[in-house]
Design a protein around this ligand. Sequence first.
Ligand SMILES: Nc1ncnc2c1ncn2[C@@H]1O[C@H](COP(=O)(O)OP(=O)(O)OP(=O)(O)O)[C@@H](O)[C@H]1O
Length: 629
Amino acid sequence: MELEIADIESQTTYKATIQEESRDIFHKGNRSITLKFHNVVYKIQTKEVGLFEKNKKAEEKVILNGVAGMVEPGEILAMLGPSGSGKTTLLTALGGRLGGQLQGTITYNGKPFSNSMKRKTGFVTQDDVLYPHLTVTETLVFTALLRLPNSFTKEDKIMHANAVMSQLGLTRCKNSIIGGPLLRGISGGERKRVSIGQEMLINPSLLFLDEPTSGLDSTTAQRILSTLWELASGGKTIVMTIHQPSSRIYYMFHKVLLLSEGNVLYYGKGSEAIEYFSNIGYAPTMAMNPADFLLDLANGVYTDQPNEDHALNKHKLISAYKNHFNTNLKHSLDEIPDYGKSQGRFENKGVEKWPTTWWQQFYVLLRRYVKERKHESFSGLRVCQILLVSFIAGLLWYKSDISHLQDQIGLLFFVASFWAVFPLYQAIYTFPKEILMLKKERSSGMYRLSSYFFSRMVADLPMELILPITFLFIIYWMAGLKANVVNFIYTLFTLILNVLVSQGIGLAIGAIVLDQKSATTLASVIMLSFLLVGGFYVQHVPKFISWIKYISTSYYVYHLLMGSQYDTSDTYPCSKGQCLVSEFPMIKQIGLDLRGQMIAASALGLMLIGYRLVAYFALMRIGMTKKLA
Ligand SMILES: Nc1ncnc2c1ncn2[C@@H]1O[C@H](COP(=O)(O)OP(=O)(O)OP(=O)(O)O)[C@@H](O)[C@H]1O
């Protein structure tokens, strides 16, 4: 009983602390930020036109055309516009995540974007990129452990995650899994709140949200907006894109920026938009949601008459805004201080690039990945598959001895092929599956690529090793391979090397292609070529193509497996009585000499590192400033 009371008391204290903490999260901390942007122009080169014409030329498309505005602490700026009008592009540019031809001035308290600004910035993407098998608590705690700096203790970080959950009303579903398309989990609104929570953890001074209410019912949308409104009133600066806000939501925005094909049609207080359009001759003809009216105008629709010239309307609205901007708004934005490159560098000085140490990142990423992939890596199905294959193969080659040399060589080649293909297909999906998460988390500067990469290497290792070892134990004794510890260890070493190299090839293909379908196709072609030139199927490979064997893993693995079972002095029964194993045609062309085996082991050792390096460099191209997909 005493224990229960103590429990309740400690829970009450805990809850009170959480509530206090959650209030703090909204009100204390980072400096306020004023975001100003002026004359922002963004162009892209579209693909070459006229495929069959002589004069091919690349077309330039203007996505943003001289956009300007300002958001101050305590304000929510909503960017409205039809689909394709440039809202996400502008948001990404303002969030410091857009590479390419971006022109104009974007300043944060008068300074350019920097590492320290990145730390104060939260960015919620349109699609919720979350791990489906983690619970809400796990998702937020892992993010807190990675994103909050080491000035917080581990307990503080967990407390912070709990505080955010309580503030966003996620406590009820804190132990539910996130879920995905084929896995029932929390609702869409809750998922969106988890995404917002991940950004709120760092108590950002500046928060960007790309369509935080899309796909949600109006009550949930309203609830999310209320949370954002509360955040803004705590001194945060909030910029968001939104598709079709209800009028209730519309009036919660402090400022509105209306875009049409990359041009601004209106920037200013949401409540003054209708008045502005009425003054330039576009007064609404009936009572309607102001957001609907603005979106109609952005599409060039005003009178709804069939013969209405939409392009002309848009043109008039763009010109009217230009005049309005030059006469009324330009001067306030012109005060943006001009900054030089040196100022940008100065801003980065003394700011740690990463919130946590390499080992912390490695450890947290490893734990998170193991939790997320537990059901796949340690699945009973996978274990059964290996056990079944090893028993079937063991029965097929049951107690085969050297008198059936051809069969034994077949078995060795089967072992080499199976353990080349199996780990390869496990590994090719690693990076394509993770690419969105990697982009999202790397853009917010959460961890180094190297800590991520090593965590992935290590996470799959236990299963990658346990399964082949089990397989070999079963098949080795059933098939009657050389009953000698040294030979067994040699075979095991070869098998593990084979698994690790094939895993490396899979990782490299996945990292280069980043698309599951293409990666599978490419992997099949590569693996098939490697197996065909491995030395088992074709012994007289034409010279011009025989070089492929030198890059084939199967060739070297086959070589080592031969060495693991046969000596140069071994004989087998043949028509002449006893023949040397080394003279057997399939073995002769490979050879049983020690030097050849050492070369094969070294080649595999090089491939073991080389393919992983290829994968690492391929992932490096996922820049930290690129636009999120
Ligand atoms: N990297 C790119 N390559 C080709 N086109 C691009 C690229 N980035 C943006 N665009 C084009 O720029 C325009 C604006 O895109 P953006 O995603 O910013 O629009 P949006 O207003 O956010 O649309 P939605 O509401 O549908 O998300 C679109 O026509 C889009 O196709």
